[in-house]
Design a protein around this ligand. Structure first.
Ligand SMILES: [Fe+2]
Ligand SMILES: [Fe+2]
Length: 282
């Protein structure tokens, strides 16, 4: 990306260093290969709004990992957990840049994120390890794991070369982001002297985090109307499909994952079943 192609840059020489950080080991996006020009103006507008909505989520995720880093530092988390969390914050800047470019590509005008920050739960009375673990579970083990499932499915149905490459690069990062929470959870549960409070904190957060994720799934879309094949080819998914994937994530990934660590998962299976998926979609 160059400054002439992205409005969300400083215009200073730091841009060169920033570009190195953003490029990393990722496949270069060949923006000129986009097939957006073949779409109708209505389809382009819907895609621009969708990528703007994604931009907002990715931008907030930058500060989510920054806040999580503070919680983890306060709990003296292992160095590998800390480095991965800081890498995740940088990854989210890359994702936000991708979303800017995609929204610009479909909308035809410069796009930059709105200033919004994360509002992770902050229980000052909780022991620091429990506070850090609760938020790692919320942000990473649940939200990023679900994001991985959705992104993988959306990516697999996307045929536009640019949208697919963007989703592919984001997906590769989100898999790593999801690993952070699971690794920290296992670390906390297995730490010498880990008291019952740690396990209880995790078990309290599991249904809360899953409900939080469900709230996002149930939220109104950026645009209304049927999702046709052309929109799917450019990276959109229907709300019905997303709800079905959420249920699958709960039953096949999240609940078994937590239970494998010996944790009780509460009512997440019965609450988020096939009936929920179809009722919510009605
Ligand atoms: Fe992201
Ligand atoms: Fe992420």
């Amino acid at each position: 990306m160059t400054s002439s192609q992205l409005s969300w840059l400083s215009g200073s020489p730091l841009e060169a260093e920033h570009r190195k950080l953003m490029r990393g080991r990722y496949a270069e996006i060949e923006w000129q290969r986009s097939t957006a020009a073949a779409l109708t103006s209505e389809q382009r507008e819907r895609l621009a709004l969708t990528w703007r909505r994604r931009l907002s989520s990715e931008y907030i995720a930058i500060s989510t990992f920054s806040v999580l880093s503070i919680d983890l530092c306060a709990a003296r988390a292992p160095a590998d957990i800390l480095s991965m969390v800081h890498r995740a914050a940088i990854d989210e800047i890359r994702h936000a840049e991708y979303c800017c470019r995609m929204a610009e590509l479909y909308g035809g005008e410069p796009v930059a994120p709105e200033a919004k920050i994360s509002n992770l739960p902050d229980d000052r009375s909780a022991p620091r390890v429990e506070q850090a673990l609760s938020n790692a579970l919320l942000v990473s083990a649940v939200a990023e794991t679900y994001a991985t499932v959705v992104l993988g499915a959306v990516r697999d149905r996307t045929s536009d070369p640019v949208a697919r490459a963007v989703l592919n690069n984001i997906y590769a990062d989100e898999v790593q982001h999801a690993r952070i929470g699971w690794a920290y959870l296992a670390h906390c549960l297995n730490a010498p002297g880990a008291g019952p409070g740690v396990r209880a904190a995790a078990e309290r957060m599991i249904p809360r985090a899953v409900q939080g994720c469900a709230n996002v799934v149930e939220a109104p879309r950026a645009t209304s109307g049927a999702i046709d094949d052309a929109l799917i080819a450019h990276g959109m998914m229907s709300p019905e499909d997303e709800r079905a994937l959420f249920v699958k994530s709960v039953h096949e990934v999240l609940a078994p994952g937590f239970e494998a660590l010996g944790l009780a998962v509460g009512d997440i299976r019965s609450k988020f079943d096939d009936t929920w998926a179809t009722t919510a979609a009605a």
